[in-house]
Design a protein around this ligand. Structure first.
Ligand SMILES: C[S@@+](CC[C@H](N)C(=O)[O-])C[C@H]1O[C@@H](n2cnc3c(N)ncnc32)[C@H](O)[C@@H]1O
Length: 347
């Protein structure tokens, strides 16, 4: 995992852009909901534009940023927004513009990546996690063993600090410091730089309950900084969930409101890696608008409404297979064998 230099000063994305982005995210949620209702996902049927694909190819091969796995509809809209700002109508012309103006690349990158986030986003799901899931993780974990958590697509860090707070509430500060490691990653260096400052304004801190705010944050000049001594258990790093090897041996993998930006093929690839990254019976916590319509065989719902799933352990399937083979139930045995094949991690 590549670490971003700590000294880089964070720059906030302009407020106006954040508002636009929020609208866009709401729209992405709506689109996902529609798909959920219809019970289908895209299967590469989206409008194909040769010039747009050539632009994505250029970004992938010349700038090292692979956006080919992102859903075309919203991706195109965001690229068009940048083109409009540069008064350009044609994708090939925009590609030439990017070559001539390398500084445009970071504008484009910022427009494509949506960093909207919040502490304890979708509170009922976090309440369920704290009440039902965290105690089970602790119960199953031998005393003294490290609990490994990954916040993938952590944006500006609110999710990672929320995880830290629920773990401290469950374990106490001392045990948290020695037993918990939270890996928090994102592809966006600017968002990560902001996350590392651990400092939030009054509006951003609002979702944090008052007693937690008082316990875990130091207030200064109208902003709130997550306590330095507790920050050491949270490791921020740049990581691309499409291209980079996953963090492994996890007890809990939190990837919220990120998968929904990818097409179904890319989501499948990521989910197979997530399955590999989790310990047997580890938990996967997705965003409100995300469902596991693919790879349902790899994860079992724990609470569908809260989008919390459990890894289907390989060992369970092996046991099932042995029992089934003994019963001579040919059809069921075949079904389990096919599941078994599916869980081999895709590379
Ligand atoms: C909408 S935010 C979600 C933040 C947080 N998980 C939450 O639910 O509040 C989506 C994040 O995914 C990140 N992202 C997009 N593509 C990514 C990729 N390929 N690898 C890692 N992170 C990515 C974006 O930079 C952004 O910070």
């Amino acid at each position: 995992m590549k670490e971003l230099p700590q000294e880089k000063s964070p720059q906030e994305k302009p407020l106006k852009e954040n508002v636009l982005i929020k609208d866009e995210e709401d729209e992405a949620v709506k689109i996902e909901k529609k798909e959920e209702q219809k019970g289908k996902r895209e299967h590469g049927k989206e409008g194909y534009d040769e010039k747009f694909e050539a632009l994505l190819d250029y970004l992938k091969h010349h700038r090292g940023s692979d956006f080919t796995g992102y859903k075309r509809q919203s991706l195109t809209r965001r690229v068009l927004r940048r083109m409009q700002a540069a008064n350009i109508k044609d994708f090939s012309e925009y590609q030439d513009y990017l070559e001539a103006h390398p500084e445009e690349f970071s504008n484009l990158f910022n427009t494509i990546l949506i960093n909207v986030t919040a502490f304890f986003r979708d509170k009922p799901a976090w309440d369920y996690l704290s009440r039902e899931v965290i105690p089970k993780i602790l119960e199953d974990k031998p005393e003294g063993e490290v609990i490994r958590i990954w916040s993938a697509g952590c944006a500006t860090g609110e999710e990672a600090y929320s995880l830290a707070m629920v773990m401290i509430e469950a374990l106490g500060e001392e045990k948290f410091k020695t037993r918990v490691k939270i890996f928090a990653t994102d592809i966006d260096d600017l968002a990560l730089a902001q996350a590392r400052t651990a400092t939030y304004g009054p509006k951003e801190i609002e979702p944090v309950p008052k007693e937690m705010r008082e316990k875990y944050f130091a207030a200064s000049g109208g902003s709130y900084a997550f306590r330095t001594d507790l920050r050491r258990s949270i490791i921020f790093g740049r990581h691309d969930i499409i291209q980079d090897a996953p963090i492994s041996h996890l007890d809990l993998l939190v990837c919220r409101n990120t998968l929904m930006y990818f097409n179904s093929e890319t989501q499948s690839k990521i989910l197979a890696r997530f399955h590999f990254a989790l310990n047997d019976s580890g938990y996967l916590f997705l965003g409100r608008a995300e469902l596991l319509l693919t790879h349902t065989k790899l994860f079992v719902p724990v609470n569908l409404k809260c989008r919390i799933f459990m890894k289907m352990p390989k060992a369970n399937m092996r046991d099932k297979l042995l029992v089934l083979a003994q019963t001579g139930d040919y059809d069921s045995t075949r079904q389990v064998i096919s599941r078994f094949r599916d869980i081999l991690p895709a590379t």
